[in-house]
Design a protein around this ligand. Structure first.
Ligand SMILES: CC(C)(COP(=O)(O)OP(=O)(O)OC[C@H]1O[C@@H](n2cnc3c(N)ncnc32)[C@H](O)[C@@H]1OP(=O)(O)O)[C@@H](O)C(=O)NCCC(=O)NCCS
Length: 207
């Protein structure tokens, strides 16, 4: 772990869920999952004029991996993939890391539809929130969610994150400027017990 970027790199595990830095050999599985989940993911992703196929090719994974690794080296982000059992099923990125007096970051995530509804994302998010507010020495984590995204709202609800803002026409998502609800948690709100312990149980292993 570097002084510039405490808490990086990291591998975090709870039951069958593992959150770890992406690596070059994830390219094929990442691309396969992304291409198979276009209808599931596209409504919640940044707008783009590039076709989904091109944006989610193995070539694009390698480009994005280089960018994320540079940002991670500079201390600006903690890029993670989410694994369930031995399969890569999603991504969870800690971005916009600001140090100094703010010590804040923003988290975004997605998971394959085949792994949805099993509590994998709340578990991955709890692991990363605990990590951000301890080893990574951040004070505050923010997550922005469209009011229409009931599944994602359930994720932050399960972990007890505080709603603190309503941003009008905030992000260019799924083809237009979309309102977002801002959720946050600070290290004081976390206290001394883990956020993971807020979940009643861990996901069952894939079977
Ligand atoms: C939002 C998302 C990450 C949730 O991940 P998850 O691992 O399924 O989270 P959970 O298992 O806690 O499920 C959350 C809610 O999703 C809904 N859900 C569950 N299975 C579902 C399915 N197969 N299809 C649609 N919604 C489903 C349920 O309302 C569930 O709440 P519940 O547990 O109270 O029933 C996932 O739905 C996803 O990746 N969606 C597309 C991309 C996206 O929205 N990213 C977040 C942008 S802020």
């Amino acid at each position: 772990m570097s002084e510039l970027h405490p808490g990086w790199p990291a591998v975090l595990v709870a039951g069958p869920v593992m959150v770890r830095p992406p690596r070059r050999r994830d390219a094929r599985q990442w691309s396969r999952v992304r291409l198979a989940n276009e209808d599931w993911l596209a409504p919640w992703e940044p707008s783009s004029t590039e076709p989904w196929q091109a944006r989610n090719s193995t070539f694009e994974f390698h480009r994005s991996l280089s960018r994320m690794r540079s940002a991670a080296r500079l201390g600006a982000m903690l890029p993670f993939v989410v694994c369930y059992g031995d399969r890569l099923v999603g991504q969870l990125n800690v971005s916009n890391v600001v140090r100094g007096a703010l010590k804040s970051c923003t988290i975004g995530y997605w998971i394959a539809s085949s792994a949805a509804g099993r509590g994998v994302t709340p578990t991955a998010l709890a692991l990363v929130l605990d990590h951000c507010l301890t080893a990574a020495a951040l004070h505050r984590v923010e997550i922005d969610i469209r009011p229409e995204n009931h599944a994602s709202l359930r994720v932050v609800e399960k972990l007890g994150l505080r709603q603190e803002a309503y941003y009008e026409r905030y992000l260019d998502i799924g083809g237009d400027w979309r309102d977002h609800l801002g959720f946050a948690i600070t290290s004081e709100e976390r206290g001394s017990s883990t956020i993971l312990s807020r979940l009643p149980s861990l996901p069952v292993p894939p079977g």
